[in-house]
Design a protein around this ligand. Structure first.
Ligand SMILES: [Fe+2]
Length: 143
């Protein structure tokens, strides 16, 4: 099942951000598929490790952009990012430590993928669109 499908309604019009959001959706799906299909454990772990790395990279890109444009909601937005990173890293630690037996690992990964897909869709439409609007009103390099 494909959980997280990118669509035009998530388009920010900022190419780098849109490309990263698309990859995040793909990474969430890849992770869910890897666990549900009972893929080799190392590969399943890697799909989650990739999601964690890429999410961090994406958040750094967004936060640098918000800082550059003097976005007033930066702190609030950063807090949302930090909360999600904490949840992803917590899940990663549990799976890495073998805390979860495989079948529960799959349930847990599916649960997490659902949560992440939902989080991403809402976060783009609510939080991200805030800085997008700010960029549009105040083009980059305009003070
Ligand atoms: Fe964001």
């Amino acid at each position: 099942m494909t959980l997280a499908v990118w669509s035009e309604k998530y388009a920010t019009g900022i190419d780098t951000i849109d490309a990263q959001h698309r990859r995040l959706f793909q990474a969430i799906n890849r992770m869910e598929e890897a666990y549900l299909a009972g893929t080799e454990e190392a590969e399943a772990q890697e799909s989650l490790a990739f999601l964690a790395r890429y999410t961090l990279e994406h958040f750094e890109t967004e936060e640098a952009l918000m800082r550059n444009i003097g976005y007033p909601m930066l702190e609030f937005h950063q807090k949302e990012h930090a909360d999600l990173m904490a949840r992803i890293l917590d899940m990663k630690a549990k799976l890495d430590e073998g805390f979860l037996v495989p079948i529960h690992g799959a349930d847990f990964a599916a649960h997490m993928a659902n949560f992440a897909a939902d989080w991403l869709a809402h976060h783009i439409n609510e939080a991200d669109m805030g800085y997008v609007q700010f960029v549009k009103e105040r083009p980059l390099g305009d003070g």
